[in-house]
Design a protein around this ligand. Structure first.
Ligand SMILES: Cc1cc2nc3c(=O)[nH]c(=O)nc-3n(C[C@H](O)[C@H](O)[C@H](O)COP(=O)(O)OP(=O)(O)OC[C@H]3O[C@@H](n4cnc5c(N)ncnc54)[C@H](O)[C@@H]3O)c2cc1C
Length: 491
């Protein structure tokens, strides 16, 4: 059978049970040709077929057809991924997962919710709000990003320093593996389990390379009654990090903690100047800004703010940002897909350049070194810096997940390749500094070829895990084990 005969036969079989929800029409395929990762303008990767299943059984049937004709299967969610995780550069069947967006059970007694994995985090929280509950795993892209994709890439959450990431919420998943079977994994609604192996964990950051997550059960928490957000500037970067460490050590429950470098601080002050036409009173010596939020009952939040100010301002030379509008501008950027400051004309509108990031992780003691490497490497590759933000993603710990953000010029292939050269060098540096190449974007089509370098012998076990769940290598091929953009030579 030729490739086109295979595709025609597969489409006919898919349409037999999906009807118009299986299509090879170019217009539909075009809508699934890329994500938010930098690509040069005329670069288009079309999947061969797009399908829109409504439940797990339909996904099982789709994967069985894919197995029969040995066609790639790629799960697509909000398409906001920044590493090319959904890009079908080997063709195949694109599964639009947002057709699976039902809430299957809300169980307030057990603070638990079971959903189909294509629901967005935003929609889920709208369902939970009448019960006074919410899912605290909140990436900034929550209006578009689904529960399945949060599991798929193990993305960051604004509130990670209090609640952790998606794995801290997850109690079980249903996955359609590359063997064409639906398998439930996890520990029902229990918080933990020490029986068997924790197979569910393999699907967190699995990027659809082992299977498609179709359902998930998550622990939820009570909506806080009130929240206060403040910002402090510091004379050095490390002062900001140490002030956070000390605030956590004091026993306070911090809800979110984001440390930004000087360039990123200027981004916020510039937005303030543009919007209000006034000069903010932020001192010139400020090298970093730490934003913290506290949430809960009003008296506890008031006390927490007072105690935090005492620690940060008395012990760490932190100065409270007087213009609360700067803090509100920052907070707004965490909750709206349209990030207001990006649209303003400094240093360039986002319409002219694209947002790109090296999302490495290093231990806190290596933060300064990584930051200086960022300045050097971005200059070497002629990248325009947006700045560094350090998110903290483990409950009650300084736990850097870092965005080294760049305005990417995507007007030519050469310039996009230059950006990936920057990502390559930043990734290698992070491993050298006892860290990891990625903390929230995932391998995508960028980093897979470097995994032997980061993971050593355990990379061989990863290959065996892949073969166990996906013996015919049909699940999102070209990710985790290959790099399309950057060659691993010299690693
Ligand atoms: C404005 C903006 C703000 C952002 N803010 C954040 C942030 O705060 N924190 C952060 O970490 N990231 C952030 N990102 C990056 C991005 O939103 C996240 O990485 C997010 O997880 C991608 O979700 P998505 O639904 O768009 O997934 P997609 O891009 O559609 O898919 C991402 C990956 O998950 C896989 N996948 C999708 N669904 C499934 C499934 N059901 N089963 C298995 N695999 C699946 C895909 O195959 C792909 O590999 C932001 C991006 C933008 C554009």
């Amino acid at each position: 059978m030729t490739d086109s005969e295979k595709l025609n036969a597969a489409l006919t079989e898919l349409q037999a049970f999906l009807g118009e929800r299986a299509t090879a029409a170019p217009m539909h395929r075009m809508a699934y040709s890329r994500d938010w990762s930098p690509r040069f303008k005329d670069m288009v990767d079309l999947p061969d077929i797009v399908v829109v299943p409504h439940n797990t059984d339909e996904v099982v049937q789709i994967v069985q057809v894919a197995l029969k004709y040995e066609l790639p299967v790629i799960p697509f969610a909000g398409g906001t991924g920044m590493g090319g995780g959904v890009v079908a550069w080997k063709g195949g069947i694109m599964i639009e997962t947002k057709g699976m967006n039902k809430v299957l059970e809300i169980d307030p007694d057990n603070m638990s919710v079971t959903v189909q994995a294509g629901i967005t985090i935003w929609e889920l929280n709208e369902h939970l709000a009448p019960y006074g509950l919410w899912l605290p795993h909140q990436p900034e892209s929550k209006r578009a990003c689904t529960v399945g994709a949060s599991i798929g890439v193990d993305n960051d959450s604004t509130f990670g320093v209090r609640y952790g990431k998606i794995l801290d919420c997850l109690t079980n998943v249903v996955v359609v593996t590359g063997r064409g079977e639906a398998v439930r994994m996890g520990h029902r609604k229990a918080s933990f389990s020490s029986t068997g192996y924790n197979l569910m964990h393999l699907f967190v950051a699995g990027e659809g390379t082992l299977g498609v997550v179709t359902e998930a059960t998550l622990r939820v928490v009570t909506l806080p009654k009130t929240r206060q957000v403040r910002g402090w500037v510091f004379p050095t970067l490390i002062d900001g990090a140490r002030a956070l460490e000390r605030t956590l050590a004091s026993g306070l429950s911090v809800e979110s903690a984001h440390l930004n470098c000087r360039q990123r601080l200027h981004f916020y002050t510039h937005a303030y100047r543009q919007k209000y036409g006034r000069e903010p009173e932020v001192p010139d010596w400020a090298e970093s800004i730490l934003f913290l939020s506290f949430a809960g009952d009003e008296d506890v939040v008031e006390f927490s703010l007072g105690k935090a100010r005492q620690v940060i301002e008395n012990e760490y030379k932190g100065e409270l940002v007087r213009e609360q509008e700067i803090v509100e501008g920052y907070w707004d950027s965490k909750h709206r897909l349209a990030f207001l400051p990006f649209k303003q004309k400094w240093p360039d509108s986002q319409r002219e350049k694209k947002f790109g990031s090296a999302d490495v992780g290093v231990p806190m003691g290596r933060l300064e070194e990584m930051y200086h490497a960022f300045l050097e490497i971005s200059a070497k590759y002629e990248q325009q810096i947006l700045g560094m933000t350090v998110y903290n993603e483990s409950p009650n710990k300084v736990s850097p997940s870092i965005s080294f953000a760049i305005f990417v010029d995507d007007s030519t292939e050469e310039r996009v390749r230059n950006f990936f050269g920057y990502v390559r060098e930043m990734s290698l540096k992070a491993v050298e500094l006892e860290g990891t190449m990625s903390t929230y974007i995932g391998d995508g089509d960028r980093l897979g070829g470097f995994n032997a370098y980061e993971h050593g012998l355990s990379y061989e076990y990863m290959k065996d895990v892949k073969a166990l769940f996906d013996p015919k290598n049909i699940m999102n091929p070209g990710k985790k084990f290959e790099s399309r953009w950057i060659a691993p030579q010299g690693t």
